[in-house]
Ligand binder design. Sequence first.
Ligand code: 26V
Length: 811
Amino acid sequence: MATYSKNGVKKEIIGKLRRHFSRDVAEATREQVYQACALVIRDALTDRMIYTQNELNEQGGRQVHYLCMEFLVGRSLRSNAFNLSMQEALEGALADLGYEAQDIFAEEEDPGLGNGGLGRLAACYMDSMATIGIHGNGYSIRYENGNFRQKIENGVQVELPSSWLDTGAVWQISAMDDVREVRIGGAVNSIWQDGKLTVEHVEYTPVLAVPYDMPISGYHTDNVARLRLWQAKSPIALDMQAFSQGDYLGAVEKVAMAESISKVLYPEDNHLAGQSLRLKQQYFLVSATAQDICARHKAHYGTLENFAEKNVLHINDTHPALVIPELMRILMDEEGMGWDGAWHIVSQSVAYTNHTVTPESLECWPTDLVQAHMPRIMMILAEINERYCQELWNYFPGDFERISSLAIIADGQVRMANLAIVGSFSVNGVSALHSDILKERVFADQYHIYPAKFRNVTNGIALRRWLCEANPELTSLIASKIGNGFISHPSELQVLRNFGGDAVLLRDLAAVKRRNKERLAAYIKEHNHIEVNLDSIFDVQAKRLHGYKRQLLNIIHVVDMYHFIKNNPHVSVVPRTVIFASKASPNDTMAKRTIQLMLSVAHQVNRDPDMEGKLKIIFLEDYRVSLAELIMPAAELSEQISVAGREASGTGNMKFMMSGALTIGTMDGANVEICQAVGSENIFIFGMGAEEAQSLAASGEYYARDYYNTNPALKEALDHIRRGFDDGEEYNDIVSALIDGGPGKTDHFMVCRDYESYGLAQERVDQMYRRPENWNYMSLVNIANSGRFAADRSVAEYAQNIWRVHTSFAY
Ligand code: 26V
């Protein structure tokens, strides 16, 4: 590990400014200073990345290739400086040059290459792979436009493009010698010769996949993981002149089609019907990646026979599942292997993680779309399906219905989850509960056939980013008590449990929280022009907006609190600042209306003098990684209130907990394990469990209106919402979807069912907040038990139980 001095770093920054921007410090813009700092760090990382790759080649161990359509990496400058132990030197150098480090960090646009949990998880895992010494490669797409920037205009979400590459490109090194060609469309000629089938793919549109490598540093190590992002380029563009003589328009169209592939990240995160561009994106990612891995492997070993021994391709959700037929194609069509040999290699090198059980998220693609865009892949899929269905006969003889439900191709659709399960050696869920639901419900038949494939790995988060960088004061406080071993060995946080009786520590903990609240309050003042009460509970729900996550439950309760305070002006209440941060999918009308409702409620409540000091509602625009880094440390109450059985794991819950927020939540996803870890007395659990929720929904007899009729506070809140607020906006649509209809027809996420129980849990929150020493103790217990939710533990479990690669990290 190199060490860095302030003066050394300063000299390098000055040098970069001169050489890259022809500027002396005095004339440089803030952005140029940011770029110069990034270049200094990039140099250090690139050296190490090359070293890591070489070392890997020499060792000849198994490599992990993590394929994901999203990598929500967040800003890089500070996190790389931190991991390289350069942060102090960098901050000192910047101060000498007359800059506040925070301002320079803030120059970096968040690279929004993801929508939410799935993408952020992938980024956290890269950090851990590098840290615990696993040779990991991430693969994704270099979307020109990442997730949209959210603006609120007249109370509604509007979407704006984000231009992350202006400040993000500096972290990426193009590797032109590794450009791959992906073939889209066209037709396949099959030729039988001497009893052997050869295929010829003709009339396709070639698309070049140009790799850009982002080095991802590990903490306190020279290991650097590599995130390879593919950009789509048309080869025709280079030779437009020649092309134009024949078919100018056709050529332009081909260029546009090719290059559109990496133009934009789809801003949806649960459902897309038949979007052919998305399908091309998925194939583009897997084809370029599979070719890349095979080419590198072959260059080193001279054969692909030992491919499975040396590579594992981890697919995140089913989006990259076409890597299964694509690898088959390479092994058979390019390497000349037979079906059985190729299938053995493929199914021993692919592992699949499922991240969602919402039925509309189980991806299916129309066969005619697959046929049109990737005809050879469709042939291979048909063959995989054919052989698999024959195998199914042995398990379920004569049971046509079951066989067709398990088939990979049926009803004109390719079912990606079935493909992923059949073509991989491991299938895992992301929390204990979720993995059980996969085995018992979603994939019960597949579990019956392949019990040994199914596993669980509970999610985890990057402790360095979410604790050390986002909450430096808490980190120092912890280190002052237990040393800083926990930064590399998160389970050491448990030692904090011995300090439960340390009144001084508990007070210091509260003081750190207070300062983090002040930071967030200053941000709110600047962006929302609202002054919040620092003595109020900072009660936060920050996550994508979704019906199943039940932001509605929260906002209805806010209206209820508003009524209570209005009707009981002299009753002392525990003051609250309810904070929402959420993006809605642009096509999800209900989600967008829910945001509008939050804003209408905020509009009225925040202007009502009776609420002064007691209740404020804040909507923070444009939720993204850097904003989460400000929010999590300041939160005191973490809202994890999904309808049980729907949130596969959740990772926000872990980020809040690690910064000492207490959770109010259902027994869903990783909340169940958080509850186990902290003890039920240190968390506010409410509502139905997963089984009850499942059977109530399945009964078709859930009747939301009963709850409305029998719970006066709920009725009053819903009536008010229906009538609307003082901004003139009415919400008949939202209320109607909850209660206007017969049993089984409304309120699909059973908000009304859990309403009373949620209110009671909120009362317990209030009571506890009145006793700060108890609250602070609970907060300490949460921090102390958060170590098992560090990504280092998750990644070590993947390494041992799935990837079978060595790590010396013990958890
Ligand atoms: C689905 C789709 C389908 C339409 C096109 C775009 C798109 C993008 C993403 C997805 C799947 C999103 C799945 C997801 O984010 N799941 C979350 O994964 C987290 C990490 O495992 C987990 O903590 C959350 O509970 C789970 O909702």
